[in-house]
Design a protein around this ligand. Sequence first.
Ligand code: IVH
Length: 796
Amino acid sequence: MTISDSVLARAAELRALLHRYGHEYYVLDAPTVPDAEYDRLFRELEAIELAHPELKAADSPTQRVGGQPLPQFEPVRHAVPMLSIRTETDVSAAGALAFDASVRKELALGDGDAPVDYVAELKFDGLAISLRYEAGVLVRAATRGDGMTGEDVTQNIRTIGQIPLRLHGDAPPLLEVRGEVYMRRDDFDAMNEKQEAAGAKTFVNPRNAAAGAVRQLDPAIAAMRPLSFFAYGVGEVDGWQPAAHSDLLDALQGFGLPVCAERVRTRGGAGLVAFHDRVAALRADLPFDIDGVVYKVDSLALQQELGFRSREPRWAVAHKFPAQEALTTVEAIDVQVGRTGAITPVARLVPVFVGGVTVTNATLHNEDEVRRKDVRVGDTVIVRRAGDVIPEVVGVVQAERPMVERPGADMFDTVREPKYAPFELPKACPVCGSHVVREEGEAIARCSGGLFCSAQRKEAIRHFAGRRMMDIDGLGERYIDNLVDLDYVHGVADLYRLTLADMLEMKRRADERDSVVPETVKAGQIASKWAENLIAGIAASKRPPLARLLFALGIRHVGESTAKTLADWFGDLALIRKAPAPLLRVLPDVGATVADSIADFFAEPKNQQALDALLGAGVAAADTHPPSAEWRDRLAVAELYAVLGVPKLTPLRARQLAEVAPTPAVLAAAGVASLGGLPADVLASLQAWLAVDGRRAMLNELDAQREVLLASLPAQAEAAGVLAGKTLVLTGTLQTLSRDQAQALIEAAGGKVSGSVSKKTDYVVAGDAAGSKLAKAASLGVAVLDEAGLRALLAG
Ligand code: IVH
């Protein structure tokens, strides 16, 4: 089949558009079209390429995902070795001056000579990568390896949206771009949240996560890891000779590559010191981890003159920051009770200045951590505070442990032993006295008191009021403590009923309890501005976006990203609070643990009451909307059956089950004997599953909620493709297309795929070993096509 000019032109146009939108989205962080528009164009291109595989090119946006898992990576020899740079040993600002001095000495510059121009950059904490572009097209990506030979990780690198598959503008015929693949901290947190929810392993830090993703043999898994990239140099280049490193970076940016904006071209050692100081202050606020800064001589001619010493350039140096660790002493080990009752051991410390603040407490995470590190009262410990994370105890200086001597077995013998015993978790909650329980396989011990425990109530309110949740201005820790301790607030809904009189009375009682007499009271006045502000702050929080309201509820395993998914898909709290677990389970990135946790939360009458109270107090999501049209695909009964958690009910069996029990209600009512066509062991498993109390009721509920969702979906946009309004049935095995691919092609062309042949069927597409559907088509006089016929139809 020859490709018509119009198809060729459309494919080229789609590619260009998708490249542009992708660059705007990933690199510039400034999308100009909605995601749905991008997706629509992407699917259109995908369909064209499926129909005309010869059109697929290495730089097509569709080539970002896909590819088979590799048995191993192929070695790649670097034409220009990937070297490392020397690290300046002096971490103070003076280190920058030392580098400038060494450069000047090498260049034989005297005091009277002009200062050297430098580029100062961040030192990204990720994995070095070399990207090879030939004629502007990304043809290979390799890791650094030992500097001479790396590994071919092209498939994985293609999945990084920020990396252009084709360079913009007038790129040289050969260009190897060197840079760092890294993971942003927010992406890292969201990814770990998802991993945890899915019961999968979490990553220690963004660097490890990024390195693991790049060296992941299955590109489909790599594609799910949110990676980013910064270019900082070049390797082999043909047909291009910039004069300075700063020009080179600007040009790379012009080619569409991400180059970190946090870079300067500066003069002399003083300029480097200024950059070092500025970045040290900025560091914690950067959205990604850095390892320090890098200084490079700007002029490439001078770089050449300076050359290398033992495989390290003399023209560049890495300069780190002072450690964010310090030594101090443990005064006591207390435990704190969190929102979900989690009991966290906390070290009370002799105050110490570290990472820019004075630290007095540091988390010890959990019981096993304290045991592993063997932290005891009196110990000298290393405390670490990186960025804005909670300070933690890294380890104990064993040699400094306070010891005592006591008489041993006989009168001449003494035994030296630690003065303080190992830490033990209390058996009862220090706040409410309830049992502390630690479940099998759980690292965290919890207070079993639930909302009876005032510590948990306070934390629940604190979470609810938080900045990323309901964002209640002014509701600080002290007010929450008093409101709960003095019994003004039991649940979050009570906040919205507080009056000015309540606030003032609470304050008066708290002052009395603490034996304080405020200045205003001494002066015979009552300060009330704070209370008015607080009440205004509470009132102003009544109309949050749905995602924040959901996050604020404090459902276990529901973090910001899951809350957003729920809000986007359901659009309405009323639907979410009734959704049975299987409906939740089919959402992207929602695993069984998360789905069950959400369904369990709403199954608890106390939570439903608390929610009603909240709505009754006038709280409502501001952005309620109809459910996402994307539901249509996920509401297929077979999809829902496949996530019921019935042992042996594989996706294939679930599809077969959907043929005999076309709705969950039918399944709920079914005697298993009536479910013919499934193997006996699957039927037995299903029977056992259905026999458990509540399961049939859940299926009926699932049926009802599925219907509600289907009925509230926005009407499907009229498809304009060549198969608009046509219904096709697929049967048998097609020559080259999988069933899913064929379905995707048909749907992209506006057609519908149905599971059974009827008079309404327009075409039956039959492959090898087609069965009864083919016979039925013949009997009804429905047109039958083979794969070639389908392709012809799609090509219009
Ligand atoms: S330049 C010949 N610039 O640090 C000089 N490296 O030891 C090549 N790195 O693993 C390196 N940020 O991946 C350079 N702005 C930056 C960098 C940077 C991070 C990494 C690099 C390599 C190590 C250099």
